[in-house]
Design a binder for this molecule. Structure first.
Ligand SMILES: [Zn+2]
Length: 452
């Protein structure tokens, strides 16, 4: 039996720069290659990837989020000549995020040229298609229920079955019915552990609250501003609002990169990528796309007139809902809306995602009122935030029960926890001790997978 090893280049007991190498004496496969975003600072690269890039046999990307994908073009720069495997939607979303990353950080990690090389070497695939990597080694994608195109990666390494979850969600969300379990028993499970100690309410319950408050706020002539992650959460929120006919008379503005992501999502509204339940809901509501209702208004970043449109929206007496980026309020059009509407005591600022420590979003979430933002003229400005703050506990990650379920139902004998903070992982270790004994990894130190 071959000794298969795993080396983590990031995302061991924290979230950021996910990248994991599986290797034996003859083969090297890299799973994900992300960066770690640093609030108000420059992103961090996964340490150790540069050295092994040239010797890789294959690269697989679980999904497009930048903490999994942001360093991928660097592989080309370092001499990797092989293919980049990912699902079709992941390719489209990742390419948009890569272009955006160049605008934000320039060529710190990789250049346009590297991105071009990668783009030409991407092999797109559907879920459940076996890809041969070498004699005796295959890989396939399984639905992760996380964001559009997100996949778990199932690897058959000469009879040893290894499941890398990437990011998974067990909850039913507007477009997905939760993560998929492999049909076979698994030997090694490498699982995310983001929500190890956080209770994740069912989506339906949060949706009811969001719709009611949105209606109430807009009908009394006020604004509900929902800063959201461009990939995933924005579409989920917009779909939730679109499927409520009570909101049909209320203008719903969509601002920032959300619009590009909506277009990509529309392209993949088929059973191959989203749940049948969701497609049936659309059919029943006679909608081609949830983002094309007559009260849904996209704001495109085209010219100086874009800022004028935002001013008009903000100064209007008519109530409305604004879904905009960025999700952690680090930049983007949300700053313009904070500048223009932040002093309105009756407007609502609604959080719909986890806020990382050190971000402007987290500061507001924790009660800070004095903020420095980028004003609508582009200059830094201090404001006092007077909006009502609401918190909607959405999460794109599996609840702790969902993590327990995947550990139990895959029957894995070797379970490795990644992508979660130490406290979460300690909680999980305790929570599952009757069924499993997961372990954690040390960064950059190759560790053997349990031989079976
Ligand atoms: Zn993710």
């Amino acid at each position: 039996m071959n000794d298969i090893q795993i080396t983590a280049f990031g995302a061991t007991d924290y979230v950021g720069k996910s990248s994991f190498l599986l290797s034996d004496k003859d083969h090297k496969i890299l799973l994900d290659c992300g960066i770690e975003l640093v609030p108000k600072g420059l992103s961090k690269a996964p340490k150790g990837v540069d050295e092994i890039a040239k010797s890789l046999n294959a690269f697989f990307l679980s999904h497009a989020h930048i903490d999994h994908s942001g360093y991928v073009p660097r592989l080309a720069k370092e001499g990797y000549k092989g293919f980049y495997y990912m699902t079709h939607p992941t390719k489209d979303i990742a390419y948009t995020l890569w272009r955006d990353h160049l605008k934000i950080e320039g060529r710190r990690h990789w250049s346009e040229r590297d991105l071009d090389v990668v783009y030409n070497k991407i092999k797109t695939t559907h879920y459940h298609k076996k890809i041969k990597i070498a004699d005796g080694i295959t890989a396939e994608f399984l639905n992760a229920g996380h964001v559009l195109g997100a996949a778990q990666i199932l690897i058959d390494w000469e009879g040893t079955l290894i499941l890398y979850t990437g990011d998974i969600n067990d909850r039913v969300t507007p477009m997905f019915d939760g993560y998929e379990l492999p049909e076979e028993k698994i030997d090694v499970l490498i699982t995310e552990s983001t929500n190890g100690d956080r209770y994740v309410p069912e989506r339906k319950k949060i949706d009811v609250g969001l719709r009611l408050l949105a209606k109430q706020t807009a009908e009394t002539g006020n604004k509900m501003i929902l800063p959201s992650f461009a990939v995933g959460r924005s579409q989920e929120i917009l779909i939730t609002l679109a499927l409520d006919n009570d909101l049909d008379e209320i203008p719903i503005y969509m601002d920032g990169m959300i619009n590009k992501m909506n277009m990509i999502t529309e392209h993949y509204l088929s059973e191959k990528w989203v749940s049948k339940r969701f497609l049936d809901q659309l059919k029943e509501a006679k909608m081609h796309s949830p983002f094309e209702k007559s009260n849904f208004i996209p704001i495109y970043e085209v010219s100086e007139r874009t800022q004028y449109a935002r001013k008009l929206i903000s100064s209007s007496d008519k109530g409305c809902i604004i879904v905009t980026t960025s999700g952690m309020l680090e930049g983007g059009p949300i700053h313009t809306y904070l500048d223009l509407c932040g002093s309105n005591e009756d407007d609502v600022l609604g959080f719909s995602g986890y806020q990382v420590l050190g971000t402007t979003g987290r500061e507001i979430f924790d009660g800070k009122k004095e903020l420095t933002i980028q004003s609508e003229t582009g200059k830094k400005k201090k404001i006092e935030l007077k909006n009502q703050i609401m918190k909607f506990p959405y999460s794109g990650h599996s609840s702790v029960d969902g993590l327990k379920r995947i550990m139990k139902e895959t029957h894995a004998q070797d379970i490795i926890l990644i992508h979660g903070d130490k406290r979460n992982q300690e909680y999980i270790l305790n929570y599952v001790k009757d069924i499993a004994h997961p372990r954690v990894l040390k960064e950059e130190i190759p560790t053997s997978l349990m031989s079976v």
